[in-house]
Design a protein around this ligand. Sequence first.
Ligand code: ZN
Length: 407
Amino acid sequence: MLLCFAAARDAVYMLPPDKLARAIHLSHARTLAHFGGTAWTALILWMLVRMRLGEFIRNWAARFSKRAWVQGLLSAPIWLLILTALDLPASLFMEHVYRAYGISVESWGLWLSDFAKSSVLTLIVGTLAFSALYALMRWSKRRWWLWFWILAIPCEAVAVFVVPIMIDPLFDHFSPLMKSDPALVDQLERVAARGHLNISPDRMFVMDASRKVTAPNAYVTGFGASKRIVVWDTTIQEVPADEILAIYGHEQGHYVLHHIYLGMLFSFAVMLVFFWIAYRMLLWMVHRFGAGWHITSPEDWASLGLILLLVTVLGFLAEPVGNAFSRWEEHSADVYGQEVIHGLVADPQAVCARSFQRLGELWLDSPDPNPLLVFWSYNHPSVSDRVRFAAGYDPWAPGQHPKYVAR
Ligand SMILES: [Zn+2]
């Protein structure tokens, strides 16, 4: 641990030279995979649209049925498979890098089985979503974007509810924390009591992450009755007890500050704007280029490649918006986490700063990321910012007031 303390307030996130070199390489690899991967996907989709693959797939589907919804059930999976195949090189590359740096320790068999499962899920959910979208486009040529948005609201709420119960267990094993580590649950309940939170131990789970990765993590997921806090077993193995309380305090912040709920409201607002822009652009492109690409109208299944291209490009442009919101939530959780462990650990500032330093070292986070990269693609504040904030934040000092957790 390289955390330097002249005084607690001067703590700086630093890495030893070997880890620093790897962290910088990893940051470059992530940038290449993310930005290069998006550009690659957009470029190939653009070429496929221009080569009129949409018309070819639609005509092939039309040979089986004249009904538009049957044509969709045949066309959508083909386009979604193409999209999955386009994502594969970047995913393989990143897995290779994580293995080379010792962060990933899973077998290629396990990695491939996870990739196959998530691809099948994408195929099923994507086909259903596109079937609904095209049905709405056929039904209401001018307002389909609004109806699709209204439909997306309950669908997202149901999705957030079922993910921890039905989807996450397909990929990892979860068990009640109470069963594996009752002493830790006792410690965490002290943090809960400190924040006047009545959280039942059956909402605390441990995930067997260690068969896949070496680095620690914890998160809050679910909605209503499925809402829960999950701690990776790597956290319990790698992190000292007082820092686990700091990490848990941060997660409790997400929990009591209703971050999942706020995130859903935020995404509804973003989606409304997103769908309207996609509608306007699709209309314009079909009007302008449809004749050349053999796309007769937006609701013609031949337009699906173009819609995927628009979603890829607009989704990329929307990233800074979603990530700015996420960084705001993460910072709020950092503030809450540091306040809630006050009185439970000896020196909350040092404990929080050390826990960020440890997370940064184990995940090989770069100490000096490009600000544009942080703005565009960081969903958490950089480790350097988190260490600096934690070391300097002391709302219990005379004249100061804690923001979330009363004295
Ligand atoms: Zn968080």
